[in-house]
Ligand binder design. Structure first.
Ligand SMILES: Cc1cc2nc3c(=O)[nH]c(=O)nc-3n(C[C@H](O)[C@H](O)[C@H](O)COP(=O)(O)OP(=O)(O)OC[C@H]3O[C@@H](n4cnc5c(N)ncnc54)[C@H](O)[C@@H]3O)c2cc1C
Length: 244
């Protein structure tokens, strides 16, 4: 069915969707849910270009939902376009094109997922593609307690796996105190991992890739770079991979 729909729809033209549900995740983050069979089935790491009518177009990772054929975006209000998207309500329209981008290469064994803020979106989708045999550690970083989100959802998605979800806040108001990269160094002293996947602030990912490569661990980082076309023409690039 998805293949048939893909043939009917030009991925480079906007497909108009209606916002059906809005979930407040934190005081600055909202999830907008809409019906779209193609986007509901994207691979972990893929994204869509989202047109906010009258404002701008932004790249967004596609969030998982609990309902069949529904897709979502989880947006943090930052500048004008993301704030306009955050302020959309039920019944408002968005234009989506895509999906674009590569997907994570999921290795067997013990996986470490490290997400900061809305960088958790592609990592939660990655979890839904894992097998029950995967042993998964999820490190979730936020600035402060009220900005922690998706912890319950992550635990629910991981219930069939051997797993641990570790929350880290910069001010220590919830979970461990500090940056996820500090906790990562601590984790490496007691654990070994077969692969690491990360998405979030670029400096965080830079440190994670450095730590992973110095420990000779396979690592993939999903970059949230400025992009306009979604297909590589504008000179941006999306997924970068280091294999050791
Ligand atoms: C693959 C990918 C996935 C992403 N997934 C998410 C997600 O799930 N949730 C989320 O909240 N954010 C995500 N982002 C970041 C998001 O696209 C915006 O960069 C972010 O929301 C800030 O947008 P802003 O315009 O409000 O910021 P501002 O700092 O105000 O941006 C200034 C101007 O730059 C332009 N601009 C900003 N960001 C981009 C961009 N990435 N590409 C092109 N032009 C841009 C806009 O025209 C804007 O007017 C993702 C980015 C990428 C590349």
């Amino acid at each position: 069915m998805v293949k048939w729909l893909e043939r009917q729809r030009n991925p480079n033209s906007h497909h108009i969707c209606t916002i059906e549900k809005v979930i407040d995740e934190t005081p600055t983050v909202r999830t907008l849910i809409f019906s779209d069979e193609i986007l509901s089935n994207v691979l972990p790491g893929q994204f869509a270009m989202v047109w906010i009518p009258g404002v701008n177009e932004l790249p967004m990772s596609v969030m998982i939902t609990q309902e069949k054929n529904k897709a979502a975006f989880t947006v943090r209000k930052r500048g004008e376009p993301s704030t306009a998207m955050y302020n959309l309500t039920v019944g408002d329209y968005i234009g989506v094109r895509g999906p674009y981008g590569n997907s994570f290469d999921i290795k067997n064994g013990k996986l470490l997922l490290v997400g900061g803020g809305t960088g958790l979106v592609p990592l939660l989708r990655l979890i839904t593609f894992c097998k029950p045999s995967h042993d998964i550690t999820l490190l979730m970083g936020s600035q402060t307690k009220k900005e922690v989100f998706f912890e319950d959802l992550a635990n629910k998605l991981l219930k069939k796996n051997k797993h641990q979800v570790i929350t880290v806040t910069e001010d220590g108001t919830y979970g461990k105190k500090g940056f996820v990269t500090d906790v990562l160094e601590e984790l490496f002293t007691k654990n070994s991992f077969d692969a690491i996947y990360t998405c979030g602030p670029e400096l965080m990912m830079y440190k994670i890739v450095k730590l992973a490569t110095s420990n000779q661990i396979f690592v993939q980082a999903s970059l949230e770079r400025m992009m306009k076309c979604g297909i590589g023409i504008c000179g941006s690039w999306y997924l970068w991979e280091l294999l050791y």
